[in-house]
Design a protein around this ligand. Structure first.
Ligand code: BES
Ligand code: MN
Ligand code: MN
Length: 462
């Protein structure tokens, strides 16, 4: 594919401008106010897939946000790649921390991205990475070198738990039949050291509510005599980790897979500088479970984190009050073999058991999902590895990620197919944070690498 590189250089402006247009639509799935933008984005993806040469494109209705499906079947005897991505994005708040408006994309040069990076919500997660696949397909169809069949499934609820996608997949086994699922919704180590994601963590997300007295009370008249729900909640949360930062929920670690010394030594070979890591986050020291390195803590070990906590008076000045209620949102990242529903039950049981009789506890389950690990001795991994080696000039390293894409485990259960995670983002791209961005280099490298995966995968599957 000699002319692939020149195709990208020649069309650079257009490739960037099309993505910029897509990024202008605020497709926030968490907030129903943005429903029109969700529909508009689904239509934009539909058009893009038509332009890219799909012979059939549909915007599929679901009980929630639509799923855009596209396909180009060239020969039933050839392998079929199913591309998955999401067109929904995270909310942009806190909006005041953005240096430029989240839905007015701009390109800025940075130290990490000397060729520039596109700043916008969804630039990396996942509109930019999803769009690389659309443009890679367009290149292949225009140049008559699409080597296999391809299907696209782009959803609009990934950031809120993919409920409708689960519904859709269960009802469309035949339509979605494939040999491999190809996803760019993860990251890589750096622009000089690519990596292929071989694991994702599972997730259990819960909300807790602690209720004390039936109304907010004067903290002088009642203080000391009744339970303060905020005091109790923070004490309960603090007790969920011991002095070694192990999680104290009974049974929590029962199914956790312990990696062998050899596997851990292999992991430790990946380039990583603790000094740079700390510097990038402005922290003097890292913090976590005793006995594990930073990279182990954020990938092969389960965690429990409070994502938000509220209650009482938080306005200006002081108000003397004992609030009636206190709340927290808590996420647990899980590793393969831990069952998210079982962990959610264990959490609930434990949390209720540690509450003093002076308060009432309510635990509400949000979404969750299973983790995922994939071996590297597969046709798909080897094809991806060859593709990255061609375009980066360096062999990619297999790496487990700490993030979650719960739908990947469901794909395996329902469609019986494996996923290959070819991510092109960097951890420093600030996904879910203010000033999210995606390197121009990364975007274009993705478009260049994807057709090579198609080629090598098809060649070795024959
Ligand atoms: N693309 C991310 C997941 C991700 C990012 C995995 C980087 C590995 C590396 C995805 O959009 C995401 O944010 N997932 C959520 C879970 C979901 C159920 C809301 C997450 O990991 O918090
Ligand atoms: Mn994503
Ligand atoms: Mn995300």
């Amino acid at each position: 594919m000699k002319n692939l590189k020149s195709y990208i250089t020649q069309n650079k402006e257009q490739l960037l401008n099309e993505l910029i247009e897509l990024l202008k639509i605020p497709s926030i799935s968490a907030d129903s106010e943005y429903q029109p933008a969700i529909l508009k984005t689904a239509e934009a993806v539909e058009k893009a897939l038509q332009n890219a040469g799909c012979s059939k494109v549909e915007v599929c209705e679901t009980p929630g946000n639509p799923i855009v499906y596209g396909e180009k079947i060239i020969d039933k005897n050839l392998p079929t790649i199913l591309v998955y991505g999401h067109y929904d994005v995270q909310p942009a708040d806190p909006i005041e921390l953005w240096d430029s408006p989240p839905f007015e994309p701009i390109i800025k040069k940075t130290k990490t991205h000397p060729d520039g990076a596109i700043y916008a919500r969804g630039a990396c997660d996942d509109k930019g990475q999803m769009y690389m696949h659309v443009k890679a397909l367009e290149y292949m169809t225009k140049n008559n070198n699409l080597p296999c069949n391809v299907k696209f499934m782009i959803e609009g609820e990934e950031e809120v738990g993919s409920t409708s996608l689960g519904w859709f997949v269960k009802r469309n086994h035949e339509k979605l039949a494939n040999d491999i699922i190809l996803i760019s919704d993860t990251g890589m180590i750096s622009n000089t050291q690519p990596s292929i994601t071989t694991g994702l963590r599972g997730l259990s997300y819960v909300e807790v509510e602690v209720t004390g007295p039936n109304r907010d009370l004067h903290s002088g008249l009642y203080g000391g005599a009744v339970a303060n729900p905020i005091n109790i909640l923070t004490k309960m949360i603090a007790s969920l980790h011991d002095e070694n930062n192990h999680i104290t929920i009974p049974g929590f670690y029962d199914k956790v897979e312990e990696l062998s010394a050899k596997e851990r030594a292999e992991m430790a070979k990946a380039p990583f500088s603790l000094e740079e890591y700390k510097k990038a986050l402005d922290i003097d020291e890292v913090y976590g479970e005793t006995g594990y390195t930073t990279n182990e803590r954020n990938s092969i070990r389960p965690t429990l984190d409070v994502n938000g906590i509220w209650g009482g008076y938080t306005g200006e000045g002081a108000k003397t009050v004992i609030a009636s209620k206190a709340y927290a949102k808590i996420s647990m990242r899980l590793v393969p073999n831990q069952d998210w529903k079982e962990i959610t039950k264990l959490f609930k049981k434990h949390f209720e058991s540690i509450a003093p009789k002076a308060v009432k506890i309510k635990v509400t389950e949000h979404h969750g999902g299973q983790g995922y690990v994939t071996p590297i001795d597969t046709v798909a991994y080897q094809a991806a590895s060859k593709a990255y080696t061609d375009t980066f000039g360096v062999t990619p390293i297999p790496q487990r990620s700490g993030g979650s894409i719960p739908i990947v485990a469901l794909f395996e259960d329902e469609l019986k197919s494996k996923s290959i995670l070819m991510g092109f983002g960097l951890d420093s791209d600030a996904i879910h944070s203010p000033n999210e961005h995606f390197g121009v280099f990364n975007y274009l490298k993705g478009i260049e690498t994807i057709p090579l995966f198609y080629k090598y995968y098809t060649e070795t599957s024959k």
